[in-house]
Ligand binder design. Structure first.
Ligand code: PLP
Length: 480
């Protein structure tokens, strides 16, 4: 494709995107395809000869689009939102065109510097302690954009593991680093995302998954009790991942209690995972949910979930960047440069060497909406979740099972798990709306999340009508 064809096809693609998003409501939310449907439609070998663009786009329409789950559909209420907006799409487009690989300052100075600046903007807007903000007086910390929240948790745990081993080594300098691994134990609540468990698996450390209280909140006493038991066994509590806004029910651990317990330990890193909820903290009325953040060593939130930025854009801040990079620095000659002493090289802040120019889309979004526009977006979602909560509460056949503070409502038919499973399966099979399940207090529940950028009350009302329609059908089968 030469530049003239790109100019033409690029404009056509923008039209295609506009048409897709303008007409998305006419589609089923979830596709009606069988597993393996695409293999039957596409050739089994890659084409030897170049193909016409029109043919490729024909296949997009005919074969790809029918298998798409439309995450931007106003009736998509599953998971958490998948951030999307026109300024973000344009930011990614430009980033793709620039195509730089910003692993070091020298590899593309603007790519590195914009990331630092935008992470400072966003961190300040959230209300993170000044230690996390690179440009604050005397700050030793800073922010970095990672691919996913899972990666943020993994590198935080890695830094914690490194810090703990370094400490333990002072008493036993002759021992191999790996010899300390069996002593290390981390903690999270049952409400924590499974990525914490995955990180512990990768890093070969023990993880205690603790029971939260009846509100889904991990409490300080419970954590202390478990740590004491572990210390009696000769183990070393090295890491806690607290959750603010859990995936299952948007519950919040008690950071103000957990923080001091971590500080009582010799070297225990406190990470705060607020992948979804953290974006909401740009609203002053939600900042109370961040109380206790002063105890944290690291914090992550994903603008690609709830701040209109396309995947991938997962923001991680650390209080002390040296403690993070110490676990990750390797420095071959071919990556060194003359400005390394006075600049940030983000290659030392994460696992991959290569990194996209992700700050561009975050910068576009923050500038185009302004913080006021982003707050309006967050508040609209919360208002609509509250509206849905009221609809459920008014129907005695149902119950709401979470404390609705943000955009997620967890509810269930007052019937057995099987009936709720059946209800959700029927709703999703209809393609009218899409929701996902989880478990709260050992019961199967349905999650209703306000996901679409321009979500409206009528979408919520429509969803409730669909849910009621299938509830009648479910209960008619005699489900109890
Ligand atoms: N943490 C929380 C609270 C989440 O809700 C999720 C995903 O929904 C994750 C972590 C994992 O996110 P990612 O897909 O960015 O790894």
């Amino acid at each position: 494709m030469d530049i003239e064809e790109f100019r033409t096809r690029g404009k056509e693609m923008v039209d295609y995107i506009c048409q897709y998003l303008e007409n998305i409501e006419s589609q089923r939310v979830h596709p009606d395809v069988e597993t393996g449907y695409l293999r039957k439609l596409l050739p089994s070998e890659a084409p030897e000869q170049p193909e016409e663009w029109d043919n490729i786009m024909y296949d997009v329409d005919k074969n790809i689009m029918p298998g798409i789950t439309h995450w931007q559909h106003p009736r998509f209420h599953a998971y958490f939102p998948s951030g999307n907006s026109f300024p973000s799409i344009l930011g990614d487009m430009l980033s793709d065109a620039i195509g730089c690989i910003g692993f070091s300052w020298a590899a593309s100075p603007a790519c590195t510097e914009l990331e630092t600046i935008v992470m400072d903007w966003f961190g300040k807007a959230i209300g993170l302690p000044s230690d996390f903000i690179t440009s604050s007086e005397g700050s030793t910390g800073g922010g970095v954009i990672q691919t996913s929240a899972s990666e943020c948790v993994l590198v935080s745990m890695l830094a914690a593991r490194n810090q703990a081993i370094k400490y333990l080594k002072t008493e036993n300098p002759q021992m191999e680093d790996s010899a300390f691994l069996p002593k290390l134990v981390g903690y999270c609540s049952k409400e924590a995302h499974s990525c914490v468990e995955k990180a512990a698996k990768i890093l070969l450390v023990k993880l205690r998954i603790l029971d939260p209280d009846e509100n889904g909140s991990l409490r300080g006493d419970k954590l202390r009790e478990e740590m004491e038991k572990d210390k009696e066994k000769g183990l070393f509590p090295f890491f806690v991942s607290a959750i603010l806004g859990s995936t299952a029910s948007c519950s919040f651990d008690n950071l103000e209690e957990i923080g001091p317990v971590c500080k009582e330990q010799k070297r225990c890193w406190l990470h705060v995972d607020a992948a979804y909820a953290g974006n909401g903290f740009i609203c002053p009325e939600l900042k109370y949910l961040l109380n206790g953040i002063d105890y944290a060593d690291s914090f992550n939130t994903n603008p690609n979930k709830w701040l209109l930025v396309n995947f991938d854009c997962s923001c991680l801040w650390v209080r002390d960047r040296i403690r993070l990079t110490h676990a990750l620095v390797v420095d071959p000659l071919y990556l060194q440069h003359a400005n390394a002493d006075e600049s940030i090289d983000y290659r030392h802040w994460g696992i991959p060497l290569s990194r996209r120019f992700r700050s561009l889309k975050l910068w576009f979004v923050i500038r185009k909406y302004g913080l006021s526009g982003l707050r309006a977006y967050i508040r609209n979602h919360i208002k609509l979740a509250k509206h849905f909560e009221q609809l459920v509460l008014q129907d005695t056949r149902f119950e709401v099972v979470n404390d609705v503070r943000l955009g997620l409502v967890c509810f269930r038919l007052m019937a057995c798990d099987a009936a709720n499973q059946k209800l959700l399966a029927m709703i999703n099979a209809s393609g009218k709306i899409h929701m996902t399940p989880s478990v709260v207090r050992n019961k199967y529940i349905i999650r209703f999340c306000v996901d679409a950028e321009h979500a409206k009350e009528e979408d919520v009302d429509y969803a409730w009508e669909v849910i009621k329609e299938f509830a009648v059908e479910t209960l008619a089968t005699g489900a109890k």
